[in-house]
Design a binder for this molecule. Structure first.
Ligand code: SF4
Length: 336
């Protein structure tokens, strides 16, 4: 597919009706908290958007972010937003390997210098010269330094790229657990170790796929990032706590809590706060955007929020009780 093909031409070729496209724009505009009239503007701008070149670098990660991106299910306009991108380089999804793959990255950079979108998932190891993770003999840090130079926009997808994630987690009794010196894209940028570019953090472990596609749709339509919070997260998606959007909040306000995941109170939809729910301190759009083709989200299916889009997520997961790791702290025993 040519870079000259507009999004409308692309959708027509993929058999997507204008009605579906407009429904997507209306839902995305609502999710982005844009005024009602903005849905038409989003549709008009997106319709003529050209295919941007995207270089996707995967560093210290578990591939969960890519799994989230390529979720199974019927093709939707949300998914096609991602198909519309020219994924010129993606370690996990590309067919090329070895020198051909690295040449594809260099070719994409040269052909689209100054205009490509760089997506990063995974944290970047910096200890010992960065040798903890290399690709084609090049350290992740070196590859990031080189690739970010020609990028117009950088999107750090997932909690590892946005905040360091599990490779950077440092529990109280094990301060040296971050042996690889893992750091986030933003940390490296703020420290001047890589050049500064517009950076959008889309944290989550993994992030909600529609939040990734909505953020990209906004960039395609307006050529800029949506408004960001002080942690560089798009405010439309991360401006509200999960708690404030949770259907169980009325039970919280009434002091009605479940004491076990299988008790009668849980079955009646009572609040899961005493079972470790992190909804009150977590900003994300899960209850509004939902997962798996808008099917469900944790509190809807009876599980508390884990707080995966917050900077301290993995440190909190490795809480200690004085005798060493307790493993997950998400399931305290609260039975009376
Ligand atoms: S289940 Fe969690 S997010 Fe929902 S109301 Fe209770 S504490 Fe808040």
């Amino acid at each position: 597919m040519s870079h000259d093909e507009t999004f409308t031409e692309f959708l027509t070729r993929r058999g997507v009706s204008r009605r579906s496209f407009l429904a997507f724009c209306t839902a995305t505009a609502a999710a982005l908290a844009l005024p009602a009239a903005a849905a038409r503007e989003l549709a008009a701008n997106l319709a003529v958007a050209r295919r941007p070149s995207v270089i996707w670098l995967s560093f210290q990660e578990c591939t969960g972010c890519t799994e989230s991106l390529t979720r199974s299910g019927e093709p939707t306009v949300e998914a096609l937003i991602l198909d519309h991108l020219s994924l010129d380089y993606h370690h996990t999804l590309q067919a090329a390997s070895g020198e051909a793959a690295e040449q594809a990255r260099r070719d994409a950079m040269a052909a689209n210098w100054g205009s490509y979108v760089l997506v990063v998932d995974g944290s970047i190891p910096t200890a010992d010269g960065g040798v903890w993770s290399t690709i084609a003999g090049v350290t992740n840090l070196e590859m990031l330094r080189e690739t970010i130079e020609g990028a117009a926009l950088v999107i750090a997808v997932g909690t590892c790229a946005a905040f360091g994630g599990i490779p950077a987690a440092a529990a109280v009794t094990a301060p040296n657990i971050n042996q690889s010196g893992a750091r986030s894209v933003g940390e490296l940028m703020d420290a001047g170790e890589i050049v500064t570019r517009t950076l959008i953090n889309v944290p989550g472990c993994p992030p909600v796929p529609d939040v990734i596609s909505g953020t990209i749709a906004y960039f395609l339509a307006y050529g800029t990032a949506p408004e960001l919070d002080d942690q560089r997260r798009p405010i439309p998606y991360y401006g509200t706590t999960v708690h404030e959007q949770c259907p169980r909040i009325w039970h919280y306000r009434n002091g009605e809590f479940a004491f076990a995941f299988d008790d009668e109170r849980a079955q009646q939809g009572y609040c899961l706060y005493l079972l470790g729910c992190k909804g009150p301190e977590t900003r994300n759009a899960c209850p509004r955007v939902r997962w798996n083709l808008n099917t469900s989200f944790p509190m809807h299916s009876g599980h508390g929020c884990l707080g995966c889009s917050e900077a301290a997520f993995w440190d909190r997961a490795l809480a200690v009780d004085g005798s060493g790791f307790t493993g997950s702290c998400f399931y305290p025993d609260v039975r009376p």
